[in-house]
Design a protein around this ligand. Structure first.
Ligand SMILES: Cc1cc2nc3c(=O)[nH]c(=O)nc-3n(C[C@H](O)[C@H](O)[C@H](O)COP(=O)(O)OP(=O)(O)OC[C@H]3O[C@@H](n4cnc5c(N)ncnc54)[C@H](O)[C@@H]3O)c2cc1C
Length: 467
């Protein structure tokens, strides 16, 4: 294993420097390991350490507070893959399209088809988990979630570093980037566990990928310069805006005929039945996307047996209590943002303040989607739903999904990076991860993070070949 240190040559031996060692980073390293000399840099260590965790502390305002984001942003080799639950789903075509208050993605669902398949296989899931949602009655789509053993990445990072082409530098935080002409990054300011931050030079031909997580990418690109100039990478002034989560809540109890739930596509593997509304229904009711998973069994409510017997007679079969678990799109709002604070971490990075507030539209989308899904389930004699106002409007939380802070788009006027994930204006700087999502649909992000990084690897392969 090559746990490396930076010697006299510094970063010079490497064609590609990837900061981060999790879902956004490793698809690039895996794909390009045979073609390029790669340095993986992680601010954490092979084991989680308190001093690294301390670097993720943020000051939180809005609906997410008390260390919420830090608990979902792990600073160690393998990153947050150490915690994720293994729920996998792909975005739908309409999730990438502009409308209902969201910008469109600069890439289409068709362009993601092949990367999605590769990402699914890499995560240990069959191709069928990428199948688009299928109609279930007039207003609903069946959109099951894949749920299987979560792939953890620390071992993969260490395996890569056993090969001749990849080195792994741990315990080194990327503090900020250096560029005089704002056209290429000419140095990385890195800080080891001991000592002060130090500048390590790069040349224009060396490519850098930031894969530091939904907060981490923004943190690097928001660091003030010693001369108080615009932070390198934030010439668009879009970095940090549009912080998004997926509002999560058990929005209803459901009495369900499990034998009538739509079966998953052939070869789907272990999963959870889930519904979403058709695009036409969402448009008609001005709703954001909402996935409603049937998660059970649940204990019966106080009046449960009586209600259950009544509906079993009405539906002509056995019913079981479950929860409808909503996982919703949060609309992008420029005021939901991360900003840098004056104080710094031990590595010298300015700490982050986060502000993320659900809009009335976010929460109404959960309520109305659950209500409409409930009506459709009754019509189909599949189930009957009891909506929970208090839970939806007072107890909605997130899923550990941190998205939107360096979004991709067409121009620096509306985004931080372009469709190839290259930071606007820079020849050798890329960002990877859910920070690039311009909107977030209702699918857990990791499959899409990995798919975008496989696509990025294809793009970088062409650039490395040309070089
Ligand atoms: C409890 C929990 C459950 C989840 N369940 C699911 C799920 O079921 N399905 C799903 O799709 N998603 C789930 N997620 C979300 C998923 O884990 C993240 O979306 C995913 O890990 C993001 O990958 P990433 O590579 O972009 O960032 P991360 O995994 O956060 O990795 C960031 C990497 O960058 C490093 N780093 C950060 N800053 C610096 C710096 N300045 N210098 C050097 N290195 C740095 C970190 O050490 C780390 O290696 C869950 C998250 C949590 C917390």
């Amino acid at each position: 294993m090559r746990l490396t240190h930076l010697g006299a040559e510094g970063l010079a031996p490497y064609d590609l420097i990837i900061v981060g060692t999790s879902f956004a980073a490793l698809p690039v390293a895996v794909t390009l390991a045979s073609r390029a000399r790669i340095l993986l840099i992680d601010g954490g260590d092979v084991l989680e350490r308190d001093d690294a965790t301390a670097q993720t502390q943020t000051d939180d305002y809005g609906h997410f507070s008390d260390g919420y984001w830090a608990g979902h942003w792990i600073r160690a080799v393998g990153g947050t893959s150490r915690r994720w639950s293994g729920v996998v789903a792909a975005l739908e075509e309409e999730d990438l399209q502009a409308g209902r208050g969201r910008p469109g993605w600069p890439i289409t669902r068709a362009e993601l088809a092949d990367p999605y398949t590769r990402a699914a296989a890499w995560l240990g899931r069959p191709r069928a988990v990428c199948t688009p949602a299928r109609p279930f009655g007039d207003t609903l789509l069946a959109a099951p979630l894949s749920h299987d053993t979560p792939r953890r990445l620390p071992d993969l990072a260490l395996d890569l570093a056993r090969g001749p082409q990849v080195d792994l530098l741990v315990g080194h935080t990327l503090v900020r980037l250096v560029s005089a002409d704002r056209r290429f990054v000419e140095g990385l300011v890195l800080c080891g566990r001991t000592g002060a931050p130090r500048l390590w030079p790069l040349t224009a031909g060396q490519l850098t990928v930031l894969a530091c997580g939904g907060l981490g990418n923004a943190q690097v690109l928001l660091q003030p310069l010693p001369d108080c100039g615009v932070p390198v990478g934030n010439e668009s002034e879009q970095v940090g805006r549009y912080l998004m989560e997926h509002p999560h809540v058990a929005s209803a109890d459901v009495l369900v005929r499990t034998d009538r739930l739509p079966p998953p596509p052939a070869g789907f593997g272990p999963g959870i039945a889930a519904f979403r509304l058709s695009a036409a229904t969402m448009t008609r009711h001005d709703l954001l996307a909402c996935s409603l998973a049937v998660q059970g069994p649940m204990p019966a409510a106080a009046d449960g047996l009586e209600v259950q017997r009544y509906f079993e007679r009405a539906f002509g079969g056995a019913l079981a209590w479950a929860a409808l678990f909503a996982r919703t799109e949060q609309e992008p709002a420029a005021t939901n943002a991360v900003e840098v604070l004056a104080d710094r971490t031990a590595a010298g990075s300015h700490r982050l303040l986060t502000r993320c507030v659900f809009s009335a539209r976010d929460l109404r989308s959960i309520e109305v989607s659950t209500r409409l899904a409930g009506e459709a389930l009754v019509r189909a004699r599949v189930g009957v739903v009891r909506l929970h106002n208090r839970r939806i409007y007072r107890e909605t939380t997130g899923g550990g999904h941190t998205m939107g802070t360096t979004r991709m788009g067409a121009t620096p006027g509306d985004s931080v990076c372009d469709a190839s994930l290259r930071v606007h204006g820079y020849g050798n700087l890329y960002v990877a991860g859910s920070s690039v999502f311009p909107s977030v649909g209702a699918a857990n992000p990791t499959l899409t993070i990995a798919a975008l990084s496989f696509r990025l690897a294809d793009h970088l392969r062409t650039r490395l070949r040309a070089a």
